[in-house]
Structure formats: C-alpha cells, structure tokens
Design a protein around this ligand. Structure first.
Ligand code: GLY
Length: 309
C-alpha cells in the first residue's frame, strides 16, 4: 500500500514577478502550510481522503489571500460568485456548485450536494437555497469582498476593453491510508468575469477528477482552456489507458493541443501508486505537498519545483 499523501494548490498564474512582494509571498506560504497541515492531520489520523481535501480547501477558502471563499475575485458587476467541486475516487460520487454567493465554504456545499442530493450539480440561487436548507454557514457579502479584490475590480472597470484578468483557484488531492483518492477544487473565478460565467473548477472532468484505480487531479489556470481540453479527465485517461504515472500524465496533458489550448495551465495529482505531481506552464505555482511523515514541501515560484526535481 503506498504511503498516504496530500498535494494542494493555491493557483497557477503568469504574473509580473514584481507584484509578488516579499510580504505577499510570506502570507501565501503560511496559508499553504496551514491548509496542508489541516488535510495532512486528517490523513495522519487515519481519516479519509475526502475529509482531507475538504479540510484543506475550507482552510484556503477562509484565507483572504487566495481566490476562493473569502478573498474571491469580483465579477464585472463587482459581486463575488464562487464555484466548487468535490469527487470521491472510491465511489465516483461527485458534487458541484457554481455562481454561489453568501456560502462561507462552497466546497462544503459541493460535498453536501454530493451526499444529500440526488443531483451532482446545482447552480446559483438554487445552490444557495440548498445551502440554507442544510444549515451551512452563511456570510454577508462584505465578508467575501477584500480591499484587494475591490481595488482590482476598479482597475478592470476603468479599462476601455474591460479584459478579465487573474484566475487563481485552490485545490487539493489526497490518498488516504486505505488507498482511497479524492479531489476538491474551489474558486472565485476570473477577476472581472461576466456575471454567471462558469470556469473549469466545478466541472467534473474539467477542473476535478478522481478515480481510485487511476488518480486524483485538480486543475488551475485559464478555465476556458482547461474545460475545452477536459484536462482533469485527460490526466486521468493518460494514467488509466496509457499507464503513465501522475507526473508523466500531467506533463503530457500540459502539452495537449498546445496551439488550440493556449493559456495558463496547472495541475496537481496523485496516482494510485502514490506518485505525486505538480505541473504548470506559469511562473507562479502556489502549491505544497506532504508524503506520509516526510517533511512538507511548499512553493510559490515554479522554479522552486524545477530545483526540487
Ligand atoms: N480556473 C478557475 C477559473 O477559470 O474559473
């Protein structure tokens, strides 16, 4: 049986390096460490991969320095609309929500859909009503809207072209002591996105996919590109049908139809044999992993991954 392990991300993005100030880098590293610890403690205590990925993503959603939950980017109308999905590799059950407001932890809402509902996917007001019916924690809009998100939104609406910008996401994949795999992914989407726009994160096979017999994958990057490539499913298919390890599959999926699928792309994955993978074509890849009781690894810059390899 491979050792239990967890890999997490806080978003892959191509960014002007000068915007990553030492203070920002420090809070991101600390946030990644805390979120990794939350999931790792579940696994270390014999808990399920599903509980581990939910605990990690909840921690990232509660941290205003990541674009999910509190700290989500604002759409073109200056509102937070959040997407999330979760999948259990043991049963292939999945839950997803999009364009959700007021719900403190969209990932827990996705899990509640998975466990308490005959559907897999609920959107917008329907998802918020479902959250209320199931007693999930709710917050007023100002809880989600940070000063940083408001400032970025103002910059976008003052541009003539009103181009949507950043697209960070958070996610986690885990392998537990019983050999079960799970994935969770959550995002506030793209800064300045159209109201109602849905990215890859809530799409099963787009931003998230997990099957015990192959791997668990969470994607980050340009949602439009990732969903057109069904990239989480692509990584799974490369593991399942081509016999690749998770790192090999992520590297190959990153190159899929590169001319047609241009954009920022990042993956985290764990395969059934316990190989962990982190790949991106961006200079920033906020990520962390821990295998069993080995020391945790945390990175913000892609080059840290290259040095480690
Ligand atoms: N990858 C997150 C999004 O595009 O919404």
């Amino acid at each position: 049986m491979p050792t239990y392990s967890i890999v997490i991300h806080g978003g892959a993005v191509t960014m002007d390096p000068s915007k990553m100030t030492p203070d920002l880098e420090a809070v991101i590293r600390e946030g990644l460490q805390q979120a990794l610890q939350a999931g790792w403690e579940v696994l270390n205590g014999g808990g399920s991969a599903l509980n581990a990925v939910e605990a990690t993503v909840r921690t990232l959603e509660n941290n205003e320095h990541f674009n999910a939950g509190r700290g989500s980017s604002l759409n073109i109308q200056g509102e937070v609309e959040m997407d999330a999905s979760i999948m259990d590799g043991r049963t292939l059950r999945a839950g997803a929500v999009n364009s959700v407001r007021y719900v403190r932890n969209p990932i827990t809402l996705a899990r509640t859909v998975m466990e308490k509902c005959k559907h897999v996917y609920i959107s917008a007001e329907g998802a918020v009503e479902f959250a209320l019916q199931h007693g999930l924690e709710m917050e007023a809009v100002h809880y989600f809207e940070t000063e940083k998100a408001r400032k970025e939104w103002l910059e976008i609406i003052q541009q003539e072209e009103k181009e949507p910008q950043g697209h960070d996401t958070v996610g986690a994949v885990a392998l537990d002591q019983d050999g079960n795999l799970a994935v969770a992914t959550s995002t506030g989407g793209i800064e300045g996105q159209l109201k109602g726009r849905v990215g890859d994160s809530p799409i099963i096979g787009g931003g998230s996919y997990a099957v015990n017999e192959a791997c668990a994958v969470s994607c980050t990057g340009d949602g439009e590109v990732i969903m057109r490539g069904a990239l989480a499913h692509e990584v799974y298919a490369l593991v399942k049908y081509k016999g690749l390890s998770a790192p090999e599959a992520c590297r190959e999926a990153l190159k899929l139809r590169d001319e047609d699928l241009k954009g920022d792309k990042g993956f985290i994955a764990i395969d059934k044999d316990g190989h962990v993978a982190i790949e991106s074509n961006t200079n920033i890849m906020r990520c962390a992993y821990r295998i069993g009781e080995a020391e945790p690894f945390v990175a913000v810059w892609h080059e840290e991954l290259d040095k480690q390899a």
